[in-house]
Design a protein around this ligand. Structure first.
Ligand SMILES: *[C@@H]1O[C@H](CO)[C@@H](O)[C@H](O)[C@H]1NC(C)=O
Ligand SMILES: *[C@@H]1O[C@H](CO)[C@@H](O)[C@H](O)[C@H]1NC(C)=O
Ligand SMILES: *[C@@H]1O[C@H](CO)[C@@H](O)[C@H](O)[C@H]1NC(C)=O
Ligand SMILES: *[C@@H]1O[C@H](CO)[C@@H](O)[C@H](O)[C@H]1NC(C)=O
Ligand SMILES: *[C@@H]1O[C@H](CO)[C@@H](O)[C@H](O)[C@H]1NC(C)=O
Ligand SMILES: *[C@@H]1O[C@H](CO)[C@@H](O)[C@H](O)[C@H]1NC(C)=O
Ligand SMILES: *[C@@H]1O[C@H](CO)[C@@H](O)[C@H](O)[C@H]1NC(C)=O
Ligand SMILES: *[C@@H]1O[C@H](CO)[C@@H](O)[C@H](O)[C@H]1NC(C)=O
Ligand SMILES: *[C@@H]1O[C@H](CO)[C@@H](O)[C@H](O)[C@H]1NC(C)=O
Length: 887
């Protein structure tokens, strides 16, 4: 993040109209931004005693460590709430790389005890295999299965360096606190392996909808279906150049000149095998492939712009090498690889039916490795003896064997000393039965390595594939690499997930975001550890939704199931939206798409409606708690506030959520009910009383007189449409959502120039409690506003409240104020807008959806931040319509 600091040095604040001249008088005053810490007494880290949830702030467990449980799930067991979530920080438990899912418990939802990691790289499957080494585990959720008396944890699983696999895991335990054991399927795509004709899932060699950024809809004939190659997991070693449409069967090996290095693990931008702090087993196999299947290319290329690499594919066959296994033990290597030894030339006699030569096919290749750390390899292929002045062997070079035979000789050299020469002869034969598919070769030997060994650095571990025209697959999870063959059901890709048990009948479901365009519901098996092969459909098609979060309003007796999702905008927050259904299973009976086999269940859910502000108050949904009863629910929305500058410092947002089945949505739609989310800087709740304590403050700014920098004029068409409002008044009209930044409903204050100011006259002096700012955000953008807030009693002398001119974080901002000053006027001075991801100006994104000033008349009790919370959520009459930030 150093580059961002560098940027700040050059940040300048131009003085123009609207920029306040700060009073040179003694700042008597002092209602200024304050750090919120709703802990009783002089609580310090290590002595937490929270009386409210500190939204968007560091939140410490009872050991004084910041709570690390993102994308979390909750389960109430007796009187204890259990919270599982992803870990970003090494501040708790084992090193970050080893603890994958943290668990905490609490009886009051305020003070959390660290239970320990629920899932680590050592978590075994039912066969004792540690399948979770070297991976990412996200968005864990917990269920309890009464029939089996087991706790079931589901999560999203990926490789460390890529999201290609798009898999899930399920693990069970007899006790909620563990230990958890993975199911036999380990990590997998839901539905994978089920070959029943009725089973949902993609078949290798079949077709799927093109899920590129532009091709979103299978019914849109502008985009072709894509063939399913099944090559996402296990990953492949990159060793071929791109496929040529004119000669698809030609094989062209990559070389260092291609920028990949040769026989490279994965591609140029991934950092596979870095950050290894645990023993790691690397397994690889070489696989005979089918000839390239050109039928999809022939079918689509005349009418569609399809590329050969994606449409001319081949499939693994069951004709494979033995598994090559390399075990990296992490510890002190001592002198293990320091002594000078001769290199190994592979493949060797151990894979040959002769004891003097290795039978090969023309085009097979030899590779050379040396066990001596820092050793250089020198070699010849003309029968002469290699010397350090001859030809150096570069890691990954294919020594291709053609003609009738070849002899490779090599030495390893270190410190001007050379090892004895080794030699291997290869003989090209036509007899296929005498030549095996050779095992892949790993350039580094098994053994002990230091965790900071450069061995595991960028592109240093390489896997070589000796047999001509085979592909090499590898795993880092102790499982034998087993790529799916033509016809295999590989299930459906699955990224953000949740699992949810319907209180109505006890059945449970997996909600899973897939391919950036689907969001699927899949019924779980009776024991909740797998999906039911045929009970699946898509809630969303052709839209990018993630972070699924589910609740049935009014629990067992409730009529509707609500699903909140966000759009996909990396780690930046965006406008959450919800849909609802009266029957979560209705999509299971829908017909399948003839080509892809998908079931489009869009129509079984209501229209998508916004909840929260355009950045969901700077959060992404992950769970909904009910601390009330079914009849009188008190919902707590749980979201993650990702800190894109420093992920360890990411925080949580727990907010009161109200659901009204019969009210119209904020947009006026009548088929979705009304979900409303209110922001509060700290949430005071009482599990014992099943309640959220209402705040003492009031929204003061709603519809009060404003003045501001001139706003953008509506065009004639916009004025005629009647759905546009860029005036200054739009920033305190109580309407604070944005379904789509470029649709025909645009209601936010859009200044005509930047810098700009906006100020509100509250009508009388107030003791200000906090100010919420919802800035323009184009669909989860990386633009941040840099601004100051100030206040005045007389519209003449302005006192600084907040300086956020070095802001690095996009999305909603809440500034808590403390002190004794009372003010009638509040002003925003916005100096510039910066796209922090690309480090450039983004003034084009200037705008304010809503500025909300909260406080009390002087004399009223407004100082007790820690005893304040939002309005009770049991009262769902939100006014005016469309108000999500105001009550
Ligand atoms: C937490 O604070 C409350 C209120 O100040 C106090 O009554 C209670 O004893 C404190 N609990 C602990 C464990 O410090
Ligand atoms: C790593 O492997 C070594 C050697 O087999 C073993 O002694 C050690 O216990 C292993 N460490 C872990 C955490 O499994
Ligand atoms: C090579 O030289 C380095 C120092 O230059 C020394 O530390 C190392 O032990 C030497 N290795 C061998 C095998 O002689
Ligand atoms: C390299 O090290 C591995 C693992 O210790 C060993 O099996 C192999 O025989 C060694 N090769 C050579 C050429 O010394
Ligand atoms: C090599 O194989 C031949 C027979 O195929 C056998 O006679 C000979 O003893 C073997 N040599 C060695 C060194 O094993
Ligand atoms: C390599 O070449 C250098 C001169 O460039 C010579 O001094 C040295 O003896 C040569 N070494 C070998 C092993 O041939
Ligand atoms: C190796 O091939 C060459 C010609 O390509 C041939 O002359 C020689 O006899 C062969 N050697 C063996 C051991 O087959
Ligand atoms: C091919 O090789 C196998 C095994 O080395 C041998 O049994 C077989 O007789 C050979 N076939 C021919 C046609 O040479
Ligand atoms: C893959 O399987 C399909 C049938 O499922 C078959 O039509 C096709 O020819 C197969 N392709 C290859 C390359 O084997």
């Amino acid at each position: 993040m150093q580059w961002r600091l560098a940027y700040l040095i050059f940040l300048c604040l131009p003085l123009t109209q609207g920029v306040p001249t700060y009073a040179a008088r003694t700042p008597d005053v002092s209602r200024r931004e304050t750090q919120l810490d709703p802990r009783a007494g002089a609580a310090l880290p290590g002595q937490p005693n929270y009386t409210a949830i500190p939204n968007g702030q560091a939140w410490y467990d009872t050991d004084g460590n910041s709570i690390q449980a993102f994308g979390g799930g909750f389960l109430l067991v007796d009187t204890w709430y259990y919270w599982v979530g992803q870990i970003f920080s090494a501040s708790t438990g084992p090193p970050y790389n080893e603890a994958l899912v943290n668990m905490y418990k609490s009886q009051d939802l305020l003070n959390w005890q660290y239970v320990g990691p629920a899932i680590t790289v050592y978590t075994p499957d039912v066969n004792g295999v540690q399948q979770l080494t070297y991976c990412q585990v996200q968005r864990p959720k917990l269920l309890y299965n009464a029939a089996t008396s087991k706790y079931v944890l589901w999560a999203h699983w990926e490789l460390t360096a890529s999201f290609d696999p798009s898999e899930v895991l399920a693990a069970t335990a007899d006790n909620v606190e563990g230990p958890y054991t993975l199911t036999a399927k380990g990590h997998h795509r839901p539905g994978a392996g089920n070959q029943d004709a009725s089973a949902m899932g993609e078949r290798v060699g079949g077709l799927t909808t093109d899920y590129s950024a532009t091709a979103k809809d299978g019914s849109n004939t502008a985009f072709a279906y894509q063939p399913v190659s099944g090559s996402d997991y296990p990953p492949k070693v990159q060793q071929y150049g791109s496929v040529s449409a004119s000669d698809p069967q030609a094989v062209s090996y990559l070389s260092q000149a291609d920028g990949y290095g040769e026989a490279q693990i994965d591609n140029y931008w991934t950092y596979e095998l870095t950050g290894i702090t645990f023993n790691l087993t690397l397994k690889a196999i070489s696989v005979q492939m089918t000839p390239r299947d050109t039928s999809f290319y022939e079918k689509y290329s005349p009418d569609f712009n399809v590329n050969a690499a994606a449409y001319i594919i081949r499939y693994p066959t069951t004709n494979r090498s033995q598994v090559s296994t390399t075990v990296f033990t992490i510890g002190d290597p001592g002198d293990e690889r320091k002594s000078l030894v001769s290199p190994a030339i592979s493949p060797g006699l151990d894979e040959s039916s002769s004891n003097s030569t290795v039978f090969v096919h023309s085009g097979d290749a030899a590779f050379i490795t040396c066990n001596t750390t820092g050793g250089t390899i020198w070699y010849t292929t003309d029968g002469s003896n290699p010397t350090v002045n001859g030809t150096e062997y570069w890691s990954g070079t294919r020594i291709s064997i053609t003609g009738s035979n070849l002899t490779v000789k090599a030495i390893c050299a270190l410190n001007a000393t050379s090892s004895p020469i080794v030699s291997q002869t290869y003989t090209v034969v036509a007899n296929t039965t005498s030549v095996p598919i050779f095992r892949p070769i790993v350039n580094l030997p098994s053994g002990t390595y230091s965790p900071d060994d450069s061995t595991f650095g960028y592109q240093s571990v390489k896997i070589y594939c000796p047999t001509y025209n085979t592909e090499c697959y590898y795993t880092a999870d102790s499982q034998d690499p087993d790529p799916p063959v033509n016809g295999t059901n590989i299930g459906y890709r699955s990224r953000d997930i949740t699992v949810w048990q319907d209180p109505k009948d006890g059945s449970a479901y997996l909600f899973s975001a897939s391919d950036n365009i689907y969001n699927r519901v899949w019924q779980l098996s009776d024991d909740f550890t797998d999906v039911v092969a045929d009970k699946e459909y898509d809630v969303f098609t052709a839209v990018s939704r993630e972070a699924p979060t589910v609740v049935r309003n009014h629990g067992a007796s409730g009529q509707y199931v609500y699903l909140i999702t966000s759009t996909q905008s990396g780690w930046n927050p965006n406008q959450a939206q919800y849909v609802r259904t009266a029957d979560v299973t209705a999509g299971f009976d829908l017909p399948r798409d003839n080509t892809t086999g998908y079931r489009n269940g869009n129509s079984t859910w209501s229209s998508m409606e916004p909840v929260g502000d355009p950045s969901t108050y700077f959060s992404q949904s992950t769970f909904i708690l009910n601390i009330g009863t079914d009849a009188s629910p008190t919902y707590v929305y749980v979201g993650d506030r990702y800190n894109t500058v420093e992920f360890f410092d990411s925080t949580y947002v727990f907010l009161p959520l109200a659901i009204n089945d019969s009210a119209p949505a904020a947009t006026g739609a009548t088929d979705s009910g009304l979900m409303s989310l209110q922001y509060t800087p700290s949430l005071q709740l009482s599990v014992a009383n099943s309640s959220i304590t209402p705040p003492t403050w009031k929204l003061l700014s709603l519809n009060k007189p404003v003045e501001a920098t001139a706003s953008v004029q509506l065009t004639a068409d916009q004025a005629a449409a009647g759905t546009y409002n860029f005036s200054a008044q739009a920033a305190n009209d109580g309407i604070n959502f944005d379904v789509a930044p470029y649709d025909a409903v645009q209601q936010y204050y859009q200044p005509a120039s930047v810098p700009f100011y906006w100020q509100v006259d509250l009508g009388q002096n107030y003791s200000l409690a906090w100010i919420g700012l919802s800035f323009m955000s184009v669909g989860g953008s990386d633009a941040v506003n840099r601004y100051r807030l100030s206040a005045s009693a007389d519209n003449s002398y302005w006192f600084p409240l907040v300086d956020n001119t070095q802001n690095l974080i996009p999305g909603f901002q809440a500034h808590v104020l403390s002190g004794s000053g009372n003010y009638r006027y509040v002003k925003l001075d916005d100096y510039n807008i910066v796209d922090v991801d690309h480090n450039k100006e983004a003034d084009w994104e200037a705008g304010v959806y809503e500025i909300s000033v909260y406080g009390n008349a002087p004399g009223a009790n407004s100082s007790a931040i820690s005893t304040s919370g939002p309005t009770s959520t049991t009262n769902t009459t939100a006014a005016p319509t469309g108000t999500v930030s105001a009550t």
